[in-house]
Design a protein around this ligand. Structure first.
Ligand code: TXA
Ligand code: MG
Length: 394
């Protein structure tokens, strides 16, 4: 095995579960000078091959020097992540993105101008500067410029591109607060930068620019299908029905999604994701009927209900049910913001079951439904209970 990063040899590849994880608190509103002062130790750890978790506007990322295969391997080990699941590389400028892409289509320049920094990851052909370890063996790479000021200051200071998947143990909900990272990875990584709660709560939109058929969303996020369709149309790209279908092909139906996408295209798709310890039940159809059916089915178990105000009023749950109301049914952005942290809170309350509802799959609702569906174990209707685990390749 080659190691072209001498500094990091000293750290070794394996995970010492007894690492002392340095905890750095930072005020995201601080001026640049103050940010740089507080972040200097974290940047030094990154630059010398260590692992640092940091906030972005989407979720917390677990960062390592993307140019150093040894450092990147430590991410897979710390997360318990399959090594064919590629990582997103985070940079601070469009020029740095261009330097890591072997091909830079015109549309990338336009998308960068409109959506970056921000929650949009572009999949592009990668240069040999990045090893296959970062891309999970693919010849493409996901690149993004986070909007979060702490993230960008850290990347600039470290002076290297930062490979960073979400900072959770593999299969767990992505962390939206530093304490979630500590729960999953405390003692397994060198440092956590606490910059408060993330503003969006779900991971970035992943947009593939490497196919002959045109741009394609591999993972929906806060830069929505509607945003991209409108923008691409404005740029003069022909967005006929075939191009629209191609752009927005990712839906919540995970079994179809997996069948439709060739596995190497988006390896992350084939693993069960975002799951709390509790089983997640998704209510369908007549919601009151589905809720009654579920209660009969479950008997007396502790239930966590993740609901809109409308659903809460409709179900009138008794006081044994732990309830998280995110807002109204048409506020998918609030549902997206709260979903992963609510999953973790329900787990902390020892809920055996989490119940959630479908929202309209428009705008951010698409991203919410995509994550919820991947986390769900059962679909429950008035007179049906479908085990989704059988449908999915775990
Ligand atoms: O918001 C985010 O994107 C967060 C923050 C930390 O930036 N990161 C994140 O990374 O969610 P991760 O590794 O948890 O998810 C990356 C997703 C996976 O589904 C992966 O399969 C896909 O992007 N991906 C990465 N590189 C890819 C590539 N070259 N081709 C296809 N899919 C890729
Ligand atoms: Mg992830």
């Amino acid at each position: 095995m080659t190691n072209d990063c001498p500094e990091s040899r000293a750290f070794g590849i394996g995970v010492k579960a007894d690492l002392e994880t340095q905890y750095i608190r930072v005020d995201a509103a601080a001026d640049t000078q103050e940010l740089e002062r507080v972040l200097a130790p974290a940047a030094a750890i990154l630059a010398s091959g260590g692992l640092v978790a940091f906030p972005t506007e989407t979720v917390y990322g677990l960062g390592a020097d993307a140019l150093c295969p040894t450092a990147v391997r430590k991410i897979y080990a710390a997360k318990g992540r399959p090594s064919d699941n590629p990582m997103i590389v985070h940079v601070a400028t469009v020029e740095d993105m261009q330097a890591l892409a072997a091909e830079w289509p015109d549309v990338a320049t336009k998308l960068a101008k409109r959506f970056m920094p921000g929650p949009l990851t572009l999949i592009l052909k990668k240069t040999n500067l990045l090893s296959a370890v970062v891309s999970g063996g693919l010849d493409t790479i996901g690149l993004r410029i986070p909007e979060n000021a702490v993230a960008r200051a850290l990347i600039r200071l470290a002076g290297v591109p930062v490979a960073a998947p979400s900072a959770n143990r593999s299969g767990r909900p992505s962390p939206t607060e530093a304490r979630h990272v500590m729960t999953d990875l405390g003692g397994r990584i060198d440092c956590v930068v606490d910059g408060g709660s993330t503003t969006l709560g779900l991971e970035s939109t992943v947009l593939d620019l490497t196919t002959a058929k045109g741009p394609r969303i591999l993972r929906p996020g806060a830069v929505t299908f509607e945003d991209l369709l409108e923008f691409l149309t404005e740029t003069g790209m022909v967005m006929d029905q075939a191009a629209r279908d191609w752009l927005g092909a990712v839906t919540t139906t995970t079994s179809e999604e997996a069948a439709e996408l060739d596995t190497p295209k988006s390896p992350g798709m084939k693993y069960r994701h975002y799951a709390p310890q509790a089983d997640v039940y998704l209510l369908e159809g007549n919601l009151q009927g589905a809720w009654k059916h579920l209660q009969r089915e479950l008997g007396t178990v502790k239930i966590g209900l993740f609901a809109s105000e409308e659903l809460y009023r409709c179900l009138e749950p008794d006081e044994t049910v732990a309830v998280h109301i995110f807002g109204s049914r048409d506020q998918a952005d609030l549902a997206a913001h709260d979903l992963f942290s609510a999953f973790r809170n329900f787990d902390d309350m020892n809920c055996a079951v989490i119940v959630a509802e479908r929202l309209s799959e428009t705008k951010v609702g698409r991203a919410y439904m995509n994550r919820l569906f991947k986390a769900a174990t059962y679909l429950v209707g008035e007179d049906q209970l479908i085990d989704l685990r059988k449908e999915r390749d775990l």
